[in-house]
Design a protein. Structure first.
Length: 216
């Protein structure tokens, strides 16, 4: 993948049509840039990225089925050369650290997208991070001293299951989405509850909201 030329292929993932449209309009103003695909959830974003091999993926943090954090993890594991720019409505210090830990190169607030998204994509094409002033303060004052959050105790598959269960999927529905058996879902579910010290689905939902896995 060469960035010596101006041609840049970008995938947009956000569950709101109006946001995807606005981002597309920003991108298509740039000569040589094209939107090669759009996704409405994280699972679709990963599948389309594997299909189209974009240079940059723009991910919303909060999406159904698979949130942006988990989608970024999977993208960087499967397609390490693809750069990820996170676009979010959430200004949250812990979330900033988690996103950079999984390999995202930029964290842009939606309220600042008109000013910062294009510069962030340009630097992503050079495999460089882009920090707004707000994010810079968080990254450079706390990043090296940061301890691992409780979410690090879960495996990637367990984190996926947390989101599906918190969104209201039954064990059978979650099994179908993940391509595993109901018995395996039940085993993972029991492990999740034990690891996190949770007693009920309500506790699981509160955990998912607190850790920005789903929206309240």
């Amino acid at each position: 993948m060469s960035f010596g030329v101006k041609n840049v292929r970008i995938l947009i993932a956000d569950d709101h049509d109006i946001v995807r449209t606005g981002v597309r309009l920003l991108i298509e103003r740039e000569p040589g840039w094209e939107v090669c695909g759009e996704a409405a959830n994280g699972r679709e974003a990963v599948a389309l990225a594997e299909k189209f091999r974009p240079d940059v993926v723009i991910l919303d943090v909060t999406m159904p089925e698979l949130n942006g954090l988990e989608a970024a993890r999977q993208l960087k594991r499967r397609l390490p050369e693809v750069e990820v720019v996170m676009l979010t409505a959430h200004e949250n210090e812990d979330l900033v650290h988690q996103l950079f830990d999984v390999g995202a190169c930029s964290y842009i607030l939606k309220t600042e997208a008109a000013e910062h998204l294009i510069p962030a994509i340009r630097l992503a094409c050079e495999h460089k991070p882009y920090f707004t002033s707000k994010v810079s303060q968080v990254v450079f004052t706390r990043y090296l001293d940061r301890g691992k959050g409780e979410d690090s105790r879960l495996t990637a598959r367990e984190r996926e299951l947390v989101q599906l269960l918190a969104e209201g999927s039954s064990n059978k529905e979650a099994a179908g989405r993940l391509g595993i058996s109901v018995k395996t879902v039940e085993t993972h579910r029991a492990t999740i509850m034990r690891k996190l010290g949770l007693k009920s689905v309500s506790d699981l939902v509160r955990y998912a909201i607190r850790n920005k896995i789903i929206e309240a």
